[in-house]
Ligand binder design. Structure first.
Ligand code: 5GP
Ligand code: MN
Length: 330
């Protein structure tokens, strides 16, 4: 039974019903919500007998490699058999996050933009459904599937669960609403094997991830009288641990656990086209707004979880970002 407190915009339903060959895309370097929302929408459209394509510029992360996908994932648009009739963009606060390669197609094909990031400018040319009150884009896709007459079952339910659990910290962050939990209840009523999905999500670490987290824990810096927790993930550290960039995913949450820490900051060194950059991840709690910090550097996200990419090495990024972080608690 759909949730009567939520209404899916009619223009979104209409666009999905009138166009075929629907290309589903989410932000590059996708998290559990981006992957879960993409897979869930793909399953929903497939259950309705629609021709569907799944695309992500950087592919899906290995730790979600066990998820069932409705069709093979494309990483390269040159593999597309002709132009799609519609693009559905998921979990992307701005069009740029979908990746360089998709930008031309976004201007040529009607776009439906479904997202829960505050500040999303509404770049969908066919329809926009942007609701920052939604816990996850996967929650929106769940409502959409139900509005299309589907029950949340099987691989569709698994994908919605991954999205919800990923963006709500397994139903613990402030974005968890009664309607989020009602959707989770419908997933269980539809037969979701929650223990089995959780085991695949949780008991899935590589040894290199364990070693990396050990090093990050012992080397974490606690600054600003205990209010700021910082970790730097350098490429050298990843090499020493035999770890991948994906292995650092989620560590920023550990820094937030430290008593007194109000802002957790993870700085990951990246090399792009020969220059060194830093992927910034910020976390906070309650009224402390880190999205404003990320926005100063061209990034975005949510009040308590935000990110950006800065054109400087990690140590320099720390120096530049620290004064903005101090505004969070001042
Ligand atoms: P994470 O730190 O896990 O990469 O991202 C936390 C939140 O910030 C997510 O909602 C994510 O979509 C958003 N975010 C991360 N990096 C960027 C970025 O470079 N630009 C924007 N607009 N949002 C970002
Ligand atoms: Mn999300």
């Amino acid at each position: 039974m759909p949730d009567s407190s939520v209404s899916v915009p009619a223009e979104v339903l209409k666009a999905l019903q009138t166009h075929d060959r629907i290309l589903i895309a989410a932000h590059a370097n996708p998290d559990g919500d981006a992957v879960g929302a993409s897979a869930a929408l793909g399953w929903a459209l497939r259950m309705l007998g629609r021709e569907t394509l799944l695309y992500n510029e950087t592919g899906f992360p290995d730790y979600l490699g066990w998820m069932r996908l409705p069709c093979p994932l494309l990483r390269d648009l040159s593999a597309l058999p002709g132009k799609p009739g519609l693009i559905v963009a998921l979990d992307s606060g701005d069009a740029g996050r979908l990746g360089e390669e998709l930008q031309t197609l976004l201007k040529e094909v009607p776009v439906v933009n479904i997202d829960h990031h505050q500040g999303n400018p509404g770049y969908g040319s066919a329809a926009n459904w942007v609701d920052p009150a939604m816990s996850a884009t996967g929650e929106m896709v769940g409502h959409l599937a139900e509005a299309l007459g589907l029950s949340l079952e099987g691989a569709l339910a698994e994908a919605v669960y991954v999205a919800l659990a990923s963006d709500t910290g397994s139903f613990s962050y402030g974005n968890t609403r009664a309607s989020t939990l009602r959707m989770a209840a419908r997933l269980l009523e539809g037969g979701l094997d929650i223990a089995s999905v959780r085991a695949r999500l949780d008991n899935n670490w590589s040894e290199s991830k364990l070693r990396l987290w050990g090093r990050l824990m012992s080397e974490a810096r606690i600054l600003d009288n205990g209010k700021l927790g910082v970790s730097i993930v350098s490429r050298a550290l990843l090499r020493e641990c035999g770890a991948s960039r994906e292995d650092a995913e989620g560590f920023v949450e550990q820094l937030r656990k430290i008593r007194g820490v109000r802002v957790a900051l993870l700085l990951r060194e990246e090399e792009r086209e020969g220059s060194i950059m830093t992927k910034v991840s910020l976390r906070s709690s309650g009224a402390d707004d880190v999205r404003k910090v990320a926005a100063q550097f061209g990034g975005g996200g949510h009040k308590n979880a935000a990110g950006a990419t800065v054109d400087l090495p990690p140590e320099k990024t720390l120096t530049v970002i620290q004064p903005y972080i101090r505004h969070v608690w001042n």
